[in-house]
Ligand binder design. Sequence first.
Ligand SMILES: Nc1ncnc2c1ncn2[C@@H]1O[C@H](COP(=O)(O)OP(=O)(O)OP(=O)(O)O)[C@@H](O)[C@H]1O
Length: 349
Amino acid sequence: MERLEVHGFRNLADTQLRPHPHLNVVTGPNGAGKTSLLEAIYFLSRVRSFRTRQNDRLIGWGAEEARVVAVRGHDRLGAARTPGHTRLRLNGADAHTRSALAARLPVQLMNTEHQRLLLDGPRVRRQFLDWGTFHLEPDYRELAQRYQHALRQRNAALRVGDRRSEQAWTPVLIRCAAAVDVARQRFIEALRPIWSEFARQWLGLESLELRYYRGAAAELPWERVLDEQLERDRTAGFTHRGPHRADLILSRDRIPAADALSRGQQKLLVVALLIAEVKLWSRQGLTPVLLIDDLPAELDPAHLHTVLDTVTGDPTQVFLTAIDGAALPTDLPPGQWYQVCEGRVSAMV
Ligand SMILES: Nc1ncnc2c1ncn2[C@@H]1O[C@H](COP(=O)(O)OP(=O)(O)OP(=O)(O)O)[C@@H](O)[C@H]1O
């Protein structure tokens, strides 16, 4: 982003910034508004927050709307939230799909909760998988939506015992499942070597694995999978197997990473995954924005340095928050530093 404007967003005063193309360091005391600034950028891309499911919370107290605008290359992106309603703008016109802005502004967030990627249920890993695949294959989003639609229709038919509808939707589901699966596998195959290199270097371990579980036994065609499950699906009233049950398995010597690694090692493993994804996007010609919120509190200076080193020189634009700039490695690459104080963001010279 060459320009970023934030209006009426959380506690932030109206702000206009000209961010550095590579590194932006945002410092300030607790409650100053550092996370809110990252949240504004995230909202512009993903049309949601990483802190709340209720976008109305983003509207500053006393403000009528929260609005974020960015200029990036030839594109001008905007997202505004008024109570109950989000409006997206792209190059002077309304944008009607949620992914229109994300396609032009891929963001990756790293914060103190990133370990959830390892410890939570498969849903959060499927989201990681879906965003990663979407940025490599822009048609993927529509494909995944078609799969979800077919799944809902088939499940509805299974629930009420409507055999005709079930038989009509099953082949559609099979076609979409195969295509979703192939796209995700391509993403994982591209991601794995980058991830494993980082994971090996940072953890000093050789036997780490990243596997894609496709939501069914690997060797069977989807037609067979659904056929074998048919009676079970009919009895339960839903589809048991498919890409909606996919997962990413991280392990060491076949033992789940959550059991086989220390907390610190788990953090590094997840950071390796997030950074590998950013790296992959930038190798594909995208310019990702990496939001790192309070990571100095989570990673020791040496590892933080390594992480920043890894993305320096890429087209990646980093926003990094810290309460105290002194906690950051001393030899950070050149960038723009900002001080946030009671919602006012000022560039430091
Ligand atoms: N909708 C809102 N309007 C105005 N202020 C808000 C709104 N929502 C939250 N706040 C306030 O905004 C302040 C900034 O919070 P934020 O999390 O951005 O700070 P921070 O600098 O990241 O702090 P920390 O270092 O403690 O994480 C908080 O004091 C919070 O109470």
